[in-house]
Design a protein around this ligand. Structure first.
Ligand SMILES: Nc1ncnc2c1ncn2[C@@H]1O[C@H](COP(=O)(O)OP(=O)(O)OP(=O)(O)O)[C@@H](O)[C@H]1O
Length: 251
């Protein structure tokens, strides 16, 4: 995948990724190695010049609707309440647009249930600017999940948060994944986050990105936060760190 024509930036090349349904895969790698590009290719926001992307058995040729996405900086519309921001994807995705007119109450209940799951019970009528950064990230997760996506794409969703809030949200994601069969791809710079949450961790090379290591995370589920102090956990994090440092040096 090259941006900007034949002389442009080759972002990823020879990138081969396979994920099983229900799997939680984290993607880590040096800065600028093409992690977000992998996200965009998977969701159909970009099309590769060579190769193909297949999601749920279908070749991806345009943006797909079975996906929910959450990015580092949640863009909430300030004139809509938190609840109405969460309902926004339903007004965009064709299949739901028709239903929401006739089944609005049902969707509001679903949004309120999601708000409760992420610890924001009763915050639906508040405007986004009345919420803290961490609360906005939680609401952002609800918005990514409202249309019950089969695939959840998380691109540095907790990057801007303090350590404690981030760890709390890791547990929210862990529980959401455990209670559904959603497939999750998480792009992150936080190696502890990847090791705590994922079933597999893919390490990408420096740009153009390709997979240089594929780690199966051995820790049993459900995982608790005290895993962060476990020796094996920290060894895995150190191995990931060394691999990324070597990939950067080799660039
Ligand atoms: N729309 C674009 N036009 C031109 N170049 C782009 C575009 N998007 C990304 N790139 C380039 O492609 C390369 C890969 O970018 P990408 O955002 O996928 O990397 P990343 O691994 O997510 O980066 P980071 O770790 O900094 O978040 C970078 O060199 C970037 O400058």
């Amino acid at each position: 995948m090259r941006y900007g024509g034949p002389e442009g930036t080759l972002a990823v090349s020879g990138l081969n990724v396979k994920m099983d349904r229900g799997e939680f895969v984290a993607v880590v790698g040096p800065s600028g190695c093409g992690k977000s590009t992998l996200m965009k290719l998977t969701t159909g926001l970009q099309r590769p010049q060579k190769g193909a992307v297949v999601v749920a058995g279908q070749e991806v040729t345009k943006p797909i609707s079975i996906v929910g996405m959450a990015f580092q900086n949640p863009i909430m519309l300030p004139w809509r309440t938190t609840l109405d921001n969460i309902l926004l994807p339903l007004e965009i995705v064709e299949k739901h647009r028709r239903r929401i007119r006739t089944h609005r109450k049902e969707y509001i209940e679903k949004a309120e249930h999601l708000l409760e799951l992420v610890g924001l019970k009763g915050f639906g009528p508040k405007y986004p600017w009345q919420l803290s950064g961490g609360m906005q990230q939680r609401a952002n997760l609800c918005r990514a999940l409202i249309h019950e996506p089969e695939l959840l794409m998380l691109d540095e969703p907790f990057g801007a948060l303090d350590a404690f809030t981030r760890e709390e949200l890791w547990c929210v994601i862990r529980d959401l994944h455990a209670s559904s069969d959603v497939t999750v791809m998480l792009v992150t710079h936080d190696l502890r986050e990847s090791a705590f949450l994922a079933d597999r961790i893919l390490v990408l090379s420096a740009r153009p990105g390709r997979v240089i290591a594929d780690h199966r995370v051995p820790f049993e589920r459900p995982r608790e936060l005290d895993l962060l102090f476990d020796n094996d956990f920290n060894h895995l994090v150190q191995d990931l760190h060394s691999e990324i440092a070597r990939a950067r040096d080799a660039a």
